[in-house]
Design a protein around this ligand. Structure first.
Ligand code: ZN
Length: 301
């Protein structure tokens, strides 16, 4: 059985030493760099915790010898240029995550263009020029907002990791498919969708923020084993996902759901450990490097 062969191959790969990374499943490490206080009324009455959380994250990534992509909100970059420079100086990629973390559904095409220009300009002021990646706030790139790809191309962005290819209470693009693809040939922007759990598990992200915290690690590992060996595993984590001491308040963009807000605080002490366990089993990539490799192997390239 093909499935049986795949599983045994996977076991072999998992028992290889850490140095032998080429044959491992690629894991595209994404960190969504935003300060939730910016998105709620009077948010800055709460203490500034972002920097401490980022430093913890950086320390952990250094220990794992992992480099990732920080999808960074523009207003945050303007407020903490030295922090962004520090992240970049450690070899991580800086990419865009909207200037004010506004969902694409709340903007016109022209407004998004302006927002993205401001985002890129803010990143440029931290010496992060030639930004090539983008992630839409709360995965708000859907069939209705796919005009965004052309806007991204107009600003020099080469890839996006903004689609949740499933039904979701907030956003989703259920028939997108699980593999990276160029949606709009005119734009040439490669979309790398969120990796979901394997069926019959719920079709939610395998390694992302709230889902990484709420579902047991065993389920993520089970789903990981069932992916094709060269299918990239996409991830996202926010600095607040590892913050066990943050004050409780209603998080933005959750449709004012108290149940969803409650989940925002679950198992924060587990997030970093679980991410590290996933990274240990994969070869960790910055998005930009993986995209470059993908383009080099593209038949029409
Ligand atoms: Zn975000």
């Amino acid at each position: 059985m093909i499935e049986g062969i795949k599983t045994s191959e996977r076991r072999l790969i998992q028992h290889k030493p850490m140095s032998s990374v080429e044959a491992r499943q690629p894991l595209l490490l994404g960190i969504d760099l935003e300060d939730v206080r910016d998105q709620i009324p009077n948010g800055h009455q709460y203490p500034h915790r972002l920097e401490g959380n980022v430093l913890r994250l950086l320390k952990s990534l250094k220990e794992s010898q992992a480099k990732g992509t920080f999808f960074t909100v523009g207003t945050l970059a303007r407020r903490h240029p030295e922090l962004i420079r520090k992240i970049a100086s450690q070899g991580h990629e800086i990419a865009a995550h909207g200037n004010t973390h506004t969902q694409l559904t709340k903007m016109t095409r022209a407004e998004f263009s302006e927002d993205l220009a401001d985002n890129l300009s803010a990143l440029g002021q931290t010496q992060s020029h030639n930004v090539v990646g983008f992630r839409a706030p709360t995965f708000s790139l859907t069939p209705k907002t796919q005009w965004a790809y052309e806007v991204l191309a107009e600003h020099g962005v080469k890839y996006s990791s903004s689609v949740l290819p499933a039904r979701n209470p907030l956003f989703g693009w259920p028939d997108f498919g699980s593999l990276p693809r160029i949606v709009s040939p005119e734009s040439g922007v490669l979309e790398i969708p969120m990796s979901l759990h394997a069926k019959p598990l719920p079709q939610v992200p395998l390694a992302g923020g709230v889902y990484l915290r709420v579902l047991p690690l065993g389920l993520s590992l089970w789903s990981l084993k069932r992916k094709d060996v060269d299918e990239p595993i996409t991830t996202y984590i926010h600095p607040y996902d590892i913050d066990t001491d943050q004050e409780r308040f209603m998080h933005p963009d959750l449709n004012d759901s108290k149940a969803m807000n409650w989940l925002m605080y679950i198992n924060r002490d587990q997030a970093l450990h679980r991410l590290t366990e996933l990274m240990r089993r994969c070869s960790v990539w910055r998005y930009c490097d993986w995209v470059e490799k993908w383009r080099a192997s593209e038949p029409s390239a």
